[in-house]
Write a protein that binds this ligand. Structure first.
Ligand code: XLS
Ligand code: NI
Ligand code: NI
Length: 433
């Protein structure tokens, strides 16, 4: 152990009546929920970037955090890894996630950056063997360095496309070497600032080609994890091409990749797109592309991605209801893509932010399971569509407009509106919170 979290013991489940801050009230990893241990339902992961690489800046001010590992040397990168693994163990999370740029210093050129990454991957490998920690996903940061300011795959300069493709290859290699369960692509600057200088058709074709190469390479190296796209509608660019789940699905269909690529859905991104989190989850499930979640919380008054830790149990409940209805996570999990507020300076803040988030997720999961076990919600939904299971519903799906017109006349079809029962269903949900 380093001394960054000195004096903080591993956090354990103490139950709802505990008066300790450093305790789980709902997250009991081995408690069985619908026949599966809670830790296997939730599959928690910590995001390296927010907790260990982000300096606390905002548009009006720079660094607020002063961490002993900040700096550009390999020694500091190893110290950062030591502290990160301390936190993972204090929290008892099974997984972590990282970008190349979070974990290694940038080199003078591509070759040096890659050597730095490989050295840290070896260091991670030793620490993972020693602790049992696993990698939920790896990814490439193709948005922070100035070379990516006009995009990565969608850049007007083919040299940037080449640099990006090469970087993705090294990050897929790193993820594969560490037995990562997924590889994520978030199109940070794959979009535009103004249409005045943008050839949208060309950029879309470039993005499609890049994704095809990613899928080919996955098969070539025998990576059996999932490739996940993370939708987001804007920020940092004015418009991002992977706007939301529906847009990503259209893009996958267009390039023939709908059976190869799934989505990583983030709460804050769903809100930015004008949807709810559960809308994005439900649609991905219906389309067969649900993969994983980035768990956080957006501020409903702000127009940007605030990446706060989740704490709203009713919202978590509706989210995990969709996850459970999707059959749970296969390769995916719950990654806390969440960061401290910039005034939360203390090491304790970092631990307790995750403890609160894990507990809110656990409470939401338990409530969602109770709702499904009770069955009344799903029964009401099925009853609402029951007509479609009868003869009329079946025949309509195989008829044409003219036949249907004749039938409506001959059988004098005259629909009788029925209640949607929304308030009754809202009351039902509240019984489980
Ligand atoms: C940014 C994204 C990013 C991805 C990983 O808004 O959420 O953190 O999850 O590149
Ligand atoms: Ni994210
Ligand atoms: Ni985000």
């Amino acid at each position: 152990m380093t001394d960054f979290f000195k004096g903080i013991a591993p956090v354990t489940f103490e139950g709802a009546h505990s008066d300790s801050e450093f305790a789980f009230r709902h997250y009991d990893p081995d408690e069985m929920v619908m026949g599966k241990a809670m830790k296997d339902h939730l599959r928690f992961a910590c995001a390296y970037w927010h907790s260990f690489a982000w300096p606390g800046g905002d548009p009006f001010g720079g660094q607020t955090f002063e961490r002993p590992w900040f700096g550009d040397t390999m020694d500091l990168a190893r110290m950062k890894a030591d502290v990160a693994f301390d936190m993972f163990q204090i929290l008892g999370v099974p997984y972590f996630c990282f970008h190349d740029a979070d974990v290694r210093p940038e080199g003078a050129d591509f070759a040096e950056s890659t050597r730095n990454l490989e050295a840290i991957v070896d260091y991670f490998g030793e620490k993972m063997d020693a602790t049992g920690l696993k990698l939920l996903w790896g990814t490439a940061n193709l948005f922070s360095h100035r070379r990516f300011m006009a995009g990565a795959a969608t850049n007007p300069d083919p040299e940037v496309f080449a640099f990006s493709a090469a970087t993705i290859k090294t990050c897929m290699d790193a993820t594969h070497k560490l037995n990562g369960e997924n590889y994520v692509l978030w199109g940070g600057r794959e979009g535009y600032e103004t249409l005045l200088n943008t050839d949208m058709g060309r950029e879309r074709a470039q993005a499609g080609r890049m994704l095809q190469m990613v899928v080919d390479y996955k098969h070539k190296i025998g990576f059996d994890g999932a490739i996940l796209i993370e939708p987001k509608p804007q920020e940092p660019t004015k418009h991002q091409y992977d706007y939301d789940v529906a847009t990503v699905y259209g893009f996958l269909k267009d390039f023939g990749l709908e059976d190869e690529v799934k989505v990583n859905i983030e709460q804050g991104h769903a809100i930015l797109a004008g949807h709810s989190f559960e809308h994005e989850l439900a649609l991905a499930r219906e389309l067969g592309i649900f993969g994983s979640i980035d768990m956080n919380r957006n501020d409903y008054q702000s127009g940007w991605d605030t990446d706060q830790f989740p704490n709203n149990v009713p919202e978590m409940t509706l989210a995990y209801l969709e996850v459970l209805k999707a059959g749970g996570f296969a390769t995916g999990g719950t990654n806390f893509d969440a960061k401290l507020r910039r005034q939360s300076l203390d090491p304790e803040d970092l631990i307790l932010a995750h403890v609160g988030g894990m507990d809110a997720c656990a409470a939401g999961l338990k409530a969602a399971a109770a709702i499904l076990e009770n069955g009344a919600l799903e029964e009401a939904r099925e009853a609402r569509y029951a007509g479609w299971n009868g003869d009329l519903g079946q025949s309509l799906m195989q008829s044409g407009l003219a036949e249907i017109e004749a039938m409506v006349r001959s059988e004098n079809i005259n629909p009788d509106p029925r209640s949607g029962r929304q308030e009754r269903l809202e009351n039902l949900i509240n019984r489980f919170l």
